[in-house]
Design a protein. Sequence first.
Length: 253
Amino acid sequence: MGAGHSHRLYRHGHSPVHALPPHTKLTAVLCFVVVVVSTPRTAVWAFALYAALLAAVAHAARVPPPFLLKRLLIEAPFVGFAVLLPFVARGERVDVLGLSLSESGLWGAWNVLAKGTLGVAASVLLAATTELRALLLGLQRLRLPPLLVQIASFMVRYGDVIADETHRMRIARESRGFEAKGVRHWGVLAKSAGALFIRSYERGERVHLAMLSRGYTGAMPVIDEATATRAQWSYALTLPLTALVVCLLGWTL
């Protein structure tokens, strides 16, 4: 996998959540999201308890609320979609603040907002407490198809390289007096994108040949065989198991 790569979502720390093996955290987040999605949308109190559970995890991980809330802005497009649902959905209409809204649309908007926000928050907490390299090792430990793990690894490794190449091309355009101000400049930007694609493809070919010359046979070696203890699994699965109890209560009450 190479050396570790930091990312903007990661927050360095030494909390009990940071110390958990990555594959246990991946499993916990996946199970939690499945439980949240399976919860009936009418059980409003259940989603409040889910939010409280995530707040407890954030506290244990020493992730401050501003850090978490700022990164929840990534779901803004879904919020916009949810806001439109009560206006465009069909069915029985109800008056809310003088507006005629669809009742099914209101429930649909709540369903998208509640479940989407909780899922994004759980993912942000996972990223905030786990380095990218560790996430890849966790996927490897969970027996994800090796090809997918390799693709993700190369994306992590060379994403910054491509970003730097894009930055250098932008500086080169600006040094020649180019400044994108309208549609008539889209042609230049399209040519730049094409040139970036060609450079990236050629770089990939060179990297692949270099790997083959060093004995690459299509599979990356497993470099981390660390296993999680029963206590670590129990600690990690506390979140999804507690959420499962809440979900079952939501269906029965």
